[in-house]
Design a protein around this ligand. Structure first.
Ligand code: 5GP
Ligand code: MN
Length: 356
């Protein structure tokens, strides 16, 4: 399972051994992979380092609060967090590859003279940001890469770290269902399973622990807010802050909503727009080889993976939705291409046309 060169591993390992004050960070609106990788590494390094802290740009969804070490995470608004980052001699950047993904922490991160190590699975890592870059955009999760990194460094992980890593694999692969799940992902999952923790408990924590408000909000968006364009194989959901608040919105409550329209057979492209933290967060998902990261990058100030991407905008929600709808005839062309060919075949065969 060796994917990183021994030279790069040895160089990073030497720096890790020399570091005294370590900070681990991950992207804004942390998901299972961001938290899983951060906490897996934290649970290892806290036993070997003088100081080690996980510092995140914003709050942690309730769904993940059971994770070992979660209560020790510091949020950037905390003054102590800012001091600790400034004093760190090593910073890990996990599950993101561009400083803009840590939002308010960006400046401090870029200005820090600490040795930076990136372990990530997004395309096109920002150049010049980190001394050590362990990046593979074919990995299903940052947790997959972190496991391999730790193994190659010879770090002995605990069962707590294994549970965190497994969480990241489960969430970023949608329970091992997306195509990003490879033979290697299953091998890593298999090696983690050998730690013998309760895997079904992890699934229950993530998927069967919704609040009543979240469940009702899901019903509301599906019945009232989902707009379907069968001709473009596309559907979107938009949500204002006021609507979300009616259901007692908590961070994480809309997690996964963007996937819901993809449950419709004919839908291959799905979007979710939400007013949040004074801006509009945009999420995009697709089935098959329709790439949403290029759409996120070109039109919504974002990026991401081929089938899961996101972006943001400071314009009003209705303007963004209008823009999205106006883009559909153009951006969904690859999804609609098969249609003219089918029509041609029907036209060529009049008897078939009659039967239709
Ligand atoms: P989500 O829709 O879950 O917020 O994000 C899905 C994926 O899109 C993330 O894993 C991340 O790779 C990417 N992503 C989300 N928001 C942004 C953004 O603002 N900028 C960039 N570059 N990527 C984003
Ligand atoms: Mn990830």
């Amino acid at each position: 399972m060796e994917i990183f060169s021994k030279r790069n591993i040895d160089a990073a390992k030497a720096d890790i051994e020399a570091a005294k004050k370590v900070v681990i960070t991950a992207h804004l609106n942390p998901d299972g992979d961001a938290l899983g990788s951060s906490l897996a590494l934290y649970n290892y390094l806290k036993t070997t380092k003088e100081e080690c802290h996980v510092i995140l740009p914003n709050n942690i969804p309730d769904t993940f609060k059971w994770m070992p070490g979660c209560s020790e995470i510091l949020i950037w608004d905390n003054e102590n967090a800012q001091k600790l980052l400034a004093e760190a001699d090593m910073i890990f950047l996990l599950d993101f590859n561009n400083a803009s993904r840590v939002d308010k922490m960006q400046k401090a991160l870029e200005e820090s003279s600490a040795v930076k190590i990136m372990i990530d699975h997004h395309p096109n890592p920002q150049e010049g940001l980190c001394k050590h870059v362990f990046s593979d955009h074919e990995a299903a999760a940052a947790c997959e890469l972190l496991y391999i990194f730790c193994k190659e460094c010879g770090f002995k992980l605990s069962i707590d770290s294994a549970r965190c890593l497994y969480t990241g694999l489960v969430t970023d692969t949608g329970c091992f269902q997306f195509n990003c799940t490879t033979k290697r992902t299953f091998r890593v999952a298999g090696e983690l399973a050998a730690f013998n923790f309760d895997r079904s408990e992890i699934i229950h924590h993530i998927y069967d622990s919704y609040s009543e408000g979240r469940m009702r909000l899901m019903g509301y968006v599906l019945t009232q807010k989902m707009v379907v364009f069968p001709q473009y194989h596309t559907a979107y959901i938009s949500l204002t802050k006021a609507e979300a608040d009616q259901f007692g919105y908590q961070v994480g409550d809309t997690e996964g909503f963007v996937n819901l329209p993809l449950c419709i057979g004919n839908i291959q492209f799905s979007a979710f727009f939400m007013e949040r933290d004074g801006l509009i967060r945009c999420s995009f998902r697709s089935k098959g080889n329709f790439k949403v990261n290029t759409i996120a990058e070109h039109y919504f100030n974002g990026g991401g993976h081929d089938n899961a991407a996101g972006g943001k905008s400071y314009k009003p929600l209705n303007e963004i939705v209008d823009r999205f709808v106006s883009l559909l005839p153009k951006v969904t062309l690859p999804l609609c291409r098969r249609r003219p060919r089918m029509r041609k075949r029907i036209n060529e065969n009049p008897s078939q046309k009659l039967k239709e």
